[in-house]
Design a protein around this ligand. Structure first.
Ligand SMILES: *Cc1c(COP(=O)(O)O)cnc(C)c1O
Length: 423
């Protein structure tokens, strides 16, 4: 049996309706921005494998760090024990995160990073004996697929089966151009009507919504309103973190500092599943007590896995290297040039660029659904042409590994332009 046949027999894939989906492509090798399937067909990974891979596939530098750690200390429990890779990684993150971030909590993936942040926000007020149980989130937000993360997420087809089973979340509009005042007013209204504990947001770019972008000054304003009302602000940097927006974190564009930050995806350079939620000293102190019941009773078996920490340390070294910073600038410059070239195309309604993220919206006559025909037609066109892109409805976005070559990037642009002809 081929890999694909065995897959059909045994596996259940994410976000997949198995009755109607095309069989998955079996990938057997990766190198840099390229992937090869079992028949040797080559693909450019133009979405960094769901935004996790900044430095290319099968990166030797990270692989060596992982091997070294695996053969020194692969894993040890983190309750009552600690280890050097965890403290070094925490120390390193303190140097590059907004200066108010003081404590690092480890988990396994973006959803758990969010779950931890929301639980901390809710328990912080519980520990103080203050009744605050509502979380504010943006419309069309995506924060993950576990329950609190789903509750905070606003894209309904991910969550509709579970409606009525969630923690209390109220939604406000994203302060995109023209909706700023509405967004500020909606937040103020929420604060008047509910006991708001926290506000969670994807800073500057809503990834799963289709790379929807908004200005830092408007997020500053929302954070400011929260601070005036002692509401805990949570920046979900799971997608935006580690260079995607052109700066190390999207929060680096802000004047205000959030109280908690969620990190995952590119944290380990796309190698080992790991996540981190960071907090201010003030939040940590809200759990610091002689009373055991005030502790944060949350943990995962593989918390602070040393191998993951070693991969993250190696990744951060790569990210901060001059070469990688030059790649970030180079990809951004090329995106801007392509934007200029394509924005007047009759089939294009809008384009946007931030850092290594490029997105364009295709003009459509009727409202196409997220998994609508156009989306599928585009997806298969890209795959046939050896480009891995996953359009969101009528939105095509590119978020390549930073090390993608100019020639590879040109090919991606060329195929995207050709795709407009079939749209
Ligand atoms: C992907 C994503 C998550 C969820 O991360 P998983 O590792 O898939 O659980 C949460 N928040 C944002 C902003 C994301 O892009």
């Amino acid at each position: 049996m081929s890999i694909t046949e065995k897959d059909r027999q045994y596996l259940w894939h994410p976000y997949t309706q198995h009755k109607t989906a095309a069989p998955p492509i079996a990938i057997s090798k990766g190198d840099g921005a390229l992937l090869w399937d079992e028949n040797g067909k080559e693909y450019i990974d133009a979405i960094a494998s769901w935004w996790v891979n900044p430095f290319g596939h099968s990166n030797r530098f990270i692989a060596d760090a992982i091997y070294k750690q695996l053969t020194t200390l692969e894993h040890v429990l983190f309750g009552g024990f600690t280890h050097e890779p965890a403290v070094l990684l925490a120390e390193k993150l303190m140097q590059i995160l907004p200066s108010n971030q003081q404590k690092v909590f480890f988990s396994d993936n973006g959803s758990t990073a969010v779950e931890v942040a929301i639980k901390v926000a809710l328990q912080y007020f519980y520990n103080k004996g203050e009744k605050r149980t509502t979380v504010v989130a943006f419309e069309n937000a995506f924060h993950g697929d576990t329950f609190a993360a789903m509750a905070a997420s606003g894209i309904s087809f991910y969550t509709q089966a579970f409606a009525g089973m969630f923690i209390d979340v109220v939604r406000i509009p994203v302060p995109v151009k023209g909706a700023e005042e509405e967004s500020f007013a909606a937040l103020r209204e929420c604060i008047r009507n509910y006991q708001v504990a926290g506000f969670i947001f994807e800073p500057l770019v809503q990834g799963a919504a289709g790379m929807v972008m908004y200005e830092p000054g408007h997020l500053d304003k929302l954070i400011e309103i929260c601070k005036e009302n002692q509401i805990i602000t949570i920046a979900d940097e799971v997608m935006t973190g580690f260079g995607k927006t052109g700066k190390t974190f999207a929060c680096d564009y802000l004047s205000q500092q959030p109280d908690a930050i969620c990190l995952s995806k590119a944290l380990t350079g796309g190698t080992i599943p790991m996540a981190i939620t960071t907090f201010t000293q003030k939040l940590f102190d809200g759990f610091y007590s002689d009373d055991i019941n005030k502790a944060l009773f949350h943990g995962h078996t593989f918390t602070a896995n040393p191998t993951g920490c070693a991969a993250a340390l190696a990744s951060l070294e790569l990210l901060q290297s001059t070469v990688m910073q030059e790649h970030l600038t180079r990809v951004n410059t090329k995106h801007l040039a392509f934007q200029k070239h394509i924005e007047k195309h009759p089939k294009v309604s809008t384009t946007r660029v931030l850092g290594v993220i490029f997105a364009l919206e295709i003009k459509i006559d009727s409202a196409e659904s997220y998994y609508g025909n156009l989306r599928n037609k585009l997806y298969h066109f890209f795959v046939e042409n050896g480009i891995i892109l996953r359009p969101v409805g009528n939105i095509v976005y590119i978020l390549p590994p930073y090390i993608i070559s100019d020639a590879q990037l040109e090919k991606v642009y060329q195929i995207v332009e050709q795709a407009l002809e079939i749209a």
